[in-house]
Design a protein around this ligand. Structure first.
Ligand SMILES: Cc1ncc(COP(=O)(O)O)c(C=O)c1O
Length: 324
């Protein structure tokens, strides 16, 4: 039987709120996050939940935690597994135990957690807002379409993903009335993002990541990919690897002295993520290293990164792995 409801089709889209996203410019992701915290302040639901893998450095502080602690907001860390995936059981326990205002999901290095959708569902079931931290996932969101739109809001760090000295964005997703009514104090509709060919930048990053992953394949056992597969639509910020057979800090130093371009996210975790409660996070923090795949690099540079990695591992082989 066909549906007998009369259907009217407009020649053009007219739904004002369908797929609507509002973009507010800030100097950084952390200031966008702060503005969201200010505009959703509530005395009943206070607590913010964050993943137990957040770094700190002398130079930058903590881009994720500082907006929370500087406002004196109570917070808890949900467990991350040894593969840096969300522990949904622990997340649910925290949502049951506390009146949670906001769940923060970080799309680490531009990748999307397999538990992303379930984590958003859990938060929404418990009445919490969801912020997607896309400091690393600008392209996975805007080009891949895999992240950024299930939560209520997202933040980008423009200066980390484009050649800009400063810049961040807070994105409010259109869905609920509450979100529509928020008016954070950012600069709306600044058009900085459209000054770049984001699709081709994304393509270059994916090409670089696939090539680098292939070239370092023979180092398996010494240096392993954190996540073996690059899902279609994922656009990496860096290629995360785990250093197994030599001291990570020495390898990092050796690589950067010889070639540059290597970072470690995160070599030092914020104080609240304790070794006792989060041993998996600490194990990751000791071994992780992030190889460059950004849009300024082409095949010659990617080959250089892979060759230098092999040479640096060889040079340090007699130092053995060290566990702090
Ligand atoms: C996951 C993550 N979120 C947020 C930030 C903060 O970015 P920004 O420097 O734009 O405030 C950083 C970097 O510090 C980060 O690594």
């Amino acid at each position: 039987m066909s549906d007998l409801r009369p259907i009217r089709i407009e020649p053009l889209a007219t739904e004002q709120h369908a797929f609507r996203r509002r973009f507010f410019w800030y100097p950084s992701a952390r200031s966008g996050f702060g503005a969201l915290l200010d505009s959703t302040a509530s005395t009943k639901r206070e607590r913010v939940l964050l993943p137990a893998f957040i770094g700190w450095s002398h130079r930058e502080g903590s881009g994720v935690l500082d907006p929370v602690t500087s406002r004196g907001i109570p917070h808890s860390f949900y467990r991350m597994g040894a593969d840096l995936r969300i522990d949904l059981t622990h997340l649910e326990e925290l949502l049951q135990r506390h009146e949670v205002r906001l769940l923060v999901i970080i799309h680490f290095f531009g990748y999307v957690d397999p538990g992303y959708r379930s984590a958003v569902d859990l938060a929404q079931k418990h009445g919490a807002w969801v912020l997607e931290d896309e400091a690393h996932a600008l392209y996975t969101d805007l080009i891949g379409g895999l992240s950024g739109s299930l939560g209520n809001a997202a933040v980008y760090s423009l200066h980390k993903m484009l050649p800009l000295p400063i810049g961040g964005m807070l994105v409010l997703n259109g869905g609920s009335n509450e979100v529509r009514e928020l008016s954070p104090a950012g600069d709306p509709d600044k058009d900085v993002l459209w000054g770049y060919d984001l699709a081709r930048i994304a393509q270059q990053r994916v090409t670089n990541a696939l090539l680098l992953a292939e070239l370092i394949g023979p180092l398996n056992g010494d240096v392993d990919l954190l996540w073996p597969k690059l899902e279609p639509g994922v656009v990496p910020q860096t290629l995360p690897v785990l250093v197994r057979s030599v001291p990570r800090d020495l390898l990092y130093e050796h690589m950067n002295n010889a070639l540059g371009g290597v970072v470690t996210l995160y070599h030092t975790l914020v104080d609240g993520i304790t070794l006792e409660e989060h041993p998996e996070s600490h194990a990751l923090s000791r071994r992780i290293m992030n190889l460059p795949v950004h849009q300024d690099l082409g095949p010659a540079e990617i080959h250089a990164v892979a060759s230098q990695l092999a040479a640096s591992v060889e040079a340090l082989r007699d130092r053995g792995p060290h566990d702090r």
